[in-house]
Write a protein that binds this ligand. Structure first.
Ligand SMILES: Cc1cc2nc3c(=O)[nH]c(=O)nc-3n(C[C@H](O)[C@H](O)[C@H](O)COP(=O)(O)OP(=O)(O)OC[C@H]3O[C@@H](n4cnc5c(N)ncnc54)[C@H](O)[C@@H]3O)c2cc1C
Length: 242
């Protein structure tokens, strides 16, 4: 078997878009080509920087690959387009065959096999991207780990990877998923509004040895929930921000 090359760069390098999937009304997954025997040198949850130029100034923003870490020959970024967003609009403006400049991967708060037996994930919007990389990894490897996802969005049309969550709940007894919607459709039976202490208490494994919680989303959400998790008894080391 050919050896796998693990890619990590300090300077921006071009990556070619091989395919694009529409996930929701404002979010797409961009699949980038890697050489045949190459993978990104990253742990589940680590991120790349996407580089662009705006008004003659160099800008960069972090994006966590949503693809299964260790995939050879390609990786994917799932990106929500902000109307006024410099880099997210730049990525969405690209077509199949175009290249995007990226550096990294860089270490964030990531998953390492064996670090916990029970893992909570609290995600808002595109904060789901590190979570899906970690969840795909744990389920694909069949690790003996129980997973509890709380995913918060505005409406059900904003739920990224919805079909995959439904499939994972059906196919994996160790995967639990609870959606929270600010504006739920009629008949919605899961969470409504914002993620609260009561929702965290009911849906996450209780704090204790062998339990960690990944938290990722818009900065105000992360700030508020980090404090609530602390008051619920999760230690500083048990709460990981990718
Ligand atoms: C570690 C890490 C990983 C990330 N991974 C992803 C990812 O996989 N996919 C992804 O789509 N994004 C991800 N993000 C967010 C991403 O880095 C950018 O912040 C986002 O794409 C907006 O950048 P922009 O240049 O388009 O907008 P900017 O030009 O920076 O901002 C323009 C306007 O957009 C709005 N805006 C920007 N960011 C947010 C936000 N997060 N929430 C609400 N409003 C916002 C604000 O109103 C802002 O004024 C990640 C962030 C971090 C810290």
């Amino acid at each position: 078997m050919d050896a796998v090359t693990r890619i990590k760069t300090k300077t921006p390098s071009p990556y070619r878009i091989a395919a694009i999937d529409a996930d929701t009304h404002d979010t797409k997954t961009f699949h980038f080509a890697l050489p045949e025997h190459a993978t990104l040198d990253m742990l589940p949850g680590d991120h790349l920087f996407v580089h662009a130029t705006a008004n003659g100034k160099a800008v960069k923003r972090p994006y966590t690959p949503s693809s299964l870490p260790g995939t050879v020959g390609s990786f994917a970024l799932t990106v929500k387009r902000y109307e006024a967003g410099i880099v997210s609009r730049h990525i969405h403006d690209q077509k199949i065959g175009d290249t995007v400049l990226m550096s990294g991967p860089n270490a964030g708060g990531h998953w390492v096999d064996g670090m916990a037996k029970k893992v909570g994930f609290v995600a808002g919007g595109t904060g789901i991207t590190p979570m899906i990389a970690i969840i795909r990894w744990i389920l694909a490897k069949g690790l003996d780990v129980e997973l509890f996802l709380i995913f918060s969005n505005k409406t059900d049309a904003d739920i990224i990877f919805r079909k995959e969550w439904e499939r994972d709940v059906r196919e994996h007894r160790n995967f639990h998923c609870y959606h929270v919607l600010e504006q739920p459709p009629p008949g919605w039976i899961q969470g409504v509004g914002r993620v609260t202490a009561d929702i965290l208490r009911a849906q996450l494994p209780p704090p204790g040895p062998g339990t960690i919680v990944f938290l990722c989303g818009p900065p105000p959400m992360v700030e508020a929930l980090e404090e609530i998790l602390r008051t619920l008894g999760y230690s500083e080391e048990a709460v990981i921000l990718p």
